[in-house]
Design a protein around this ligand. Structure first.
Ligand SMILES: [Zn+2]
Length: 681
């Protein structure tokens, strides 16, 4: 407070204003011991700057005036900045309130951390920015902030993205962020970090440090002694391993409040729960040994089929207690709540028969001596074999048949051209792949009958090559984004595609391009050409289109080769999603997760089914001929057994009546064997 001015005890933003969202209401939340972290900081918003008050402050402290005055001041409401309040959707308001209550100890005084685990597309970033901005500017003490400094830790690829988001939501110049973008030399960076570390009070010119996990770890010594009011950990599922270097380094910082952001479902694994919660709220669950004794052992014993009734009861009690503890600090909402604002989403699993050429190659490969010895436990490269099958499902052109499938020459059709002989500009033979044949008809129909745009996603850049070739051959304008592109270029490409007047109606995207911030609402159709092991990766891809700002009904197609390895991958995936369980992150995990039996299953081919996945459901709603006679009482997104099941038995059958014109035309072809359909609302 400036000397000479009467002290006005009022909140920063009017709690009765048009967009007012009150996070802290002294009449409800007020407690006698509510003390902000920083006693000597004043928020200088919209006030003339003075150089002298630093002296005054210490004088006031010496005289003991300050404390006395503080004790007498009534608390004021904490109100979300109206510029944010007017853009927050209702679920985001709820999310910010949750974050605020956790981080200010209103949920539990001893635990100021939490986990924001909303699904992609719900605005985790915005919610966290709203929290951070509020804590930096306000507290229940009029004119004081709750925190002085905030660290945003994220993967290196997102540092710039976070800086952009701050400008996007708060406006240019509202906050001066210190984003470590890797441009400074090591010495410069060390200097800058030291300056950042020692700054305090009004000398904190850059209250927000945005830094990659790697840089943070490498420079941890410079930051050890800084008091950090809030740390946001983006893509925080990487903190699930308490033994990792990142985890250990980060826990060495002096942080009062930690928020973990994670869009990945948390593995249904007790140690991971423990690691994440213990990171967010150190010591709250006790030591690892305490946790093991109190929760892990009784829960595991209770789950054991051989356990006594007493064990089971104890296990259930421990699960319930852990559940209620966990619930206090985790918020997770699914995309379903978006349905209130978004147009309808029709999502389909499209089972496509392999083309005759693919079937020959598929059988040839799984019966080859290499695979036979692999399945006897003698071979050592299941991942390579899996890769070959997955590529074959997409298109034989992804493989070098002579090398990858030796001896397959006898199956080559007359029009097959081996890889070396293929010139750059040759046409794509879409009839060599069931999925490509369907895709080609879809693109033709979109072009002819609609002004829709479509996103095509694959795990393999080689598939994108074939997509590109197909588009070129048919003169379809297309844009392509894969992992090698820098952030600026990406954004330009995305903007170009989303422009309603843009020429290009096809967008090719590598699922490995990493995802965040790629918003493709210019398109209302999306094909996921092959399944990923990791359900979260597929979910991320799907969220590109059906998200805030989308105006048209959306059509999503997940292609599966009928009876092939792709169905097996998909089945594992849905199983996991239903359990919200194990997430397979890397190649080693795939090998580690497969027993010999499951490998054998993976390499089986079911040429006669219309959908192996449907067969595994033993579905009671469908008749023996495959037509669905009963609708499921409720469609659950994570459980495709509850979706509509449509078998393809010609124009007069169910596929001939489906809402989507692209799939309807498949009823008179025989490439699509069956479709599962989900309708959002
Ligand atoms: Zn069924």
């Amino acid at each position: 407070m400036r000397r000479g001015l009467p002290f006005v005890n009022k909140p920063l933003h009017d709690p009765s204003g048009e967009f007012a969202i009150v996070l802290y209401d002294p009449t409800i939340d007020g407690k006698p011991d509510d003390k902000p972290e920083i006693q000597a900081t004043e928020v200088e918003q919209e006030k003339p700057k003075l150089d002298i008050p630093l002296m005054h402050k210490s004088l006031a402290e010496i005289l003991g005036i300050k404390k006395q005055v503080e004790g007498e001041r009534p608390k004021v409401p904490v109100v979300i900045d109206p510029r944010l309040a007017k853009v927050l959707r209702p679920h985001q308001v709820e999310g910010v309130r949750f974050l605020y209550r956790c981080t200010t100890g209103l949920v539990d005084e001893k635990a100021k951390g939490c986990i924001m685990a909303d699904e992609m597309g719900l605005g985790k970033t915005l919610q966290c920015i709203a929290l951070m901005w509020t804590l930096l500017k306000q507290s229940p003490e009029a004119g004081k902030s709750t925190i002085q400094k905030c660290v945003i830790a994220c993967p290196a690829s997102l540092v710039k993205n976070w800086a952009n988001e701050l400008v996007k939501w708060l406006g240019e110049g509202a906050i001066n962020a210190f984003a470590i973008d890797g441009k400074a030399s090591k010495e410069e960076l060390t200097m800058q970090l030291r300056q950042w570390a020692i700054a305090s009070g009004r000398a904190v010119a850059r209250p927000v440090l945005i830094v990659s996990y790697e840089s943070l770890r490498l420079n941890i010594d410079e930051l050890k002694d800084v008091k950090i009011g809030l740390m946001l950990c983006d893509e925080g599922h990487r903190l699930k391993n308490a033994e990792s270097e990142t985890y250990m380094a980060l826990t060495g910082l002096n942080v009062e409040r930690r928020v973990i952001l994670s869009g990945t479902p948390i593995q249904n694994d007790l140690t991971e729960y423990y690691s994440l919660l213990d990171f967010a709220n150190p010591t709250y669950l006790g030591t690892k040994a305490d946790f093991r004794k109190k929760f892990e052992l009784p829960i595991l014993r209770g789950r054991d089929a051989a356990g006594s009734d007493n064990d089971k009861a104890k296990g259930e009690a421990a699960t319930a207690e852990l559940g209620s503890l966990v619930k206090k600090f985790i918020i997770r909402r699914t995309n379903d709540i978006l349905s209130k604002y978004l147009p309808v989403k029709y999502e389909h699993v499209v089972f496509c028969n392999l083309a005759p050429f693919q079937i020959d190659l598929y059988n040839h490969f799984i019966q080859s001596p290499d695979i036979k010895s692999l399945l006897r436990g003698k071979g050592s490269q299941p991942l390579k074999a899996i890769g070959i099958l997955k590529k074959l499902c997409n298109h034989p052109d992804l493989l070098d048949l002579e090398k990858d499938l030796p001896g397959s020459e006898k199956y080559w059709p007359d029009d097959y051209v081996p890889r070396e002989a293929r010139g750059r500009d040759r046409d794509v033979k879409s009839w060599h792949s069931g999925k490509f044949a369907v895709l080609e008809r879809m693109l033709a129909r979109i072009r002819q009958d609609t002004n829709d745009k479509i996103v095509l996603i694959s795990n393999y850049t080689q598939t994108l090559d074939v997509f590109e070739k197909l588009c070129r051959a048919r003169s379809y304008g297309c844009l392509r984004l894969d992992g090698t592109m820098n952030v600026n270029k990406r954004q330009k490409l995305v903007d170009k595609f989303n422009d309603p007047n843009g020429e290009e109606f096809v967008f090719l995207l590598s699922s490995k391009a990493g995802g965040c911030g790629i918003n493709l609402i210019g398109a209302n159709r999306l094909v996921l050409f092959d399944p990923d092991w990791n359900p979260a990766a597929d979910q991320q891809a799907l969220a590109r289109v059906w998200r805030d700002g989308q105006k048209k009904d959306c059509f999503v197609y997940r292609f599966m080769g009928t009876g092939t390895i792709e169905e097996k991958i998909f089945q594992r995936q849905s199983h996991k999603q239903a359990l919200s369980s194990a997430v397979v992150d890397s190649a080693e995990d795939v090998e580690r997760h497969f027993t010999l039996d499951s490998l054998r299953e993976l390499f089986q081919f079911k040429p006669d089914t219309t959908s192996d996945t449907h067969d595994t459901f033993r579905c009671k709603r469908c008749k023996p001929d495959g037509t669905q006679s009963i609708k499921a009482p409720a469609m659950l997104y994570g459980d495709t057994s509850s979706w509509n099941h449509l078998v393809n038995n010609g124009d007069a059958g169910p596929l001939g009546k489906i809402q989507d014109l692209l799939l309807r035309q498949e009823a008179s072809e025989n490439a699509v064997s069956a479709v599962f359909q989900y309708i959002s609302h």
